[in-house]
Design a protein around this ligand. Structure first.
Ligand SMILES: [Zn+2]
Length: 398
């Protein structure tokens, strides 16, 4: 029988110390700097079986990852997160040392406070509370924690999950602890994200003297026409869940300083954020057609991440998404909006295996100087994760 004294269990498993320990590790991508050791040391005494996996290759640096799992029967909940952080910038710009995790004015200050060491600490503490109340025994809890979410993301969550699934793990649902709230804790959870892809188009011409244009072929006007056509043509009008896909021309480069020379070559760079109407191949075709409209010249496209496209994902609306909403409401009193805004995250890799939502703090100060979290929000986030798991494990079906 579940222990009715869950509040007592929560009170005795404060995530604050764990968060501060994590924040004192300078785990700037991909340096682990002891951060995964801290998580592992916290989880093992709770009965989690921990595996450390260093993945490398595929054109990226080696990355340390942690998979922790507890339980063998019942429904399986996967928590996804990362311990790496973006660089702090100039430490002198910070009110407090960005890696000291100082508590001041009811807030804990430092890099990773929001994105997303708080999410990791709050979930670990929530698991600890449920182990204490014996409710953790009702199901399977796993954590997939990488130290490379903020950069390449090639040797991180993606490979860690492939490994776990090969080991026989099957997940029913996943919660990712990224900051998902817009203005106040619990006002939104993310049930999907748009995809992202970038490329650089090179337009070839023929160099020549600007007084003799008939002997040359100028790529500059072609690039200008291409920039307008790419910017003015709508990809789509949006979908029920997503805003319209958009293409932004991010740079046009010719680098020619001579006023009397027609340049031989120029490039145009772009980034596309796309909804579920698109994937890598269809985007590629669309771009090829636009270039065909403006250029008789030879062209080449260098695609970034084409083999590893950050595709769009959307989680099917099911009972477990409703469970997350109820859990958020039980702690914050707010009915979260089901959102799809923002950039990409590792949830896109988890979406291949099970429905996934992102549920976490307000993202306001992430990646900024003076990143910080209100201690009360950290405690509320722990409570939200406790309530998600309690509700999730007592359900018998999907
Ligand atoms: Zn993050």
């Amino acid at each position: 029988m579940p222990d009715p004294n869950i509040d007592e269990a929560i009170a005795s498993t404060n995530p604050k110390t764990l968060l501060q320990e994590l924040m004192r590790c300078r785990s700037i991508t991909p340096r682990e700097a002891g951060a995964l050791d801290v998580v592992q040391a916290y989880l093992e005494p709770l009965g989690f079986e921990c595996s450390r996996m260093v993945f490398e290759g595929d054109g990226s640096y080696p990355v340390d990852n942690l998979f922790a799992t507890r339980g063998t029967r019942g429904r399986h909940l996967l928590f996804g997160g990362h311990t790496d952080v973006v660089p702090e910038g100039n430490p002198d710009d910070w009110t407090h040392d960005p890696f000291a995790a100082i508590e001041d004015g009811g807030q804990i200050w430092g890099r990773g406070a929001v994105d997303m060491k708080s999410g990791v600490a709050a979930f670990c503490a929530a698991a600890a509370a449920l182990v204490k109340s014996k409710e953790a025994d009702e199901g399977i809890i796993s954590l997939a924690i990488t130290n490379d979410e903020e950069a390449d993301a090639i040797n991180g969550t993606q490979k860690l999950l492939e490994w776990a699934v090969e080991k026989g793990h099957r997940f029913d649902f996943s919660v990712v602890g990224e900051p998902s709230s817009a203005r106040v804790l619990g006002d939104s959870i993310k049930i999907g994200r748009r995809g992202s892809i970038s490329g650089i188009v090179s337009i070839a011409g023929k160099q020549g003297h600007s007084a003799y244009p008939e002997r040359a072929n100028n790529p500059a006007p072609v690039l200008a026409r291409l920039a307008s056509i790419l910017s003015d043509t709508k990809l789509d009008g949006g979908t029920g869940h997503f805003q319209p896909s958009n293409l932004e021309v991010t740079s046009i480069d010719i680098g020619n300083r001579a006023a009397n020379v027609i340049p031989a070559m120029g490039t145009l760079s772009f980034n596309i954020r796309f909804n579920e109407n698109w994937d890598g191949p269809s985007i590629r075709k669309w771009i090829d057609e636009r270039i065909g409209q403006v250029s008789g010249n030879g062209f080449e496209i260098e695609w970034r991440q084409l083999g590893n496209v950050a595709n769009c994902f959307i989680s099917p609306m099911g009972d477990d998404v409703k469970t997350v909403c109820e859990a958020v409401k039980s702690v914050t009193g707010r009915e979260p909006e089901l959102a799809t805004f923002g950039g990409t995250s590792d949830a896109r890799f988890i979406a291949r295996y099970c429905p996934v939502v992102e549920c976490g703090l307000v993202g306001q100060t992430m990646h900024q100087v003076d990143e910080r979290v209100e201690t009360s929000q950290l405690l509320d986030l722990q409570k939200i994760y406790v309530q998600i798991m309690r509700r999730f494990f007592i359900k018998t079906g999907g």
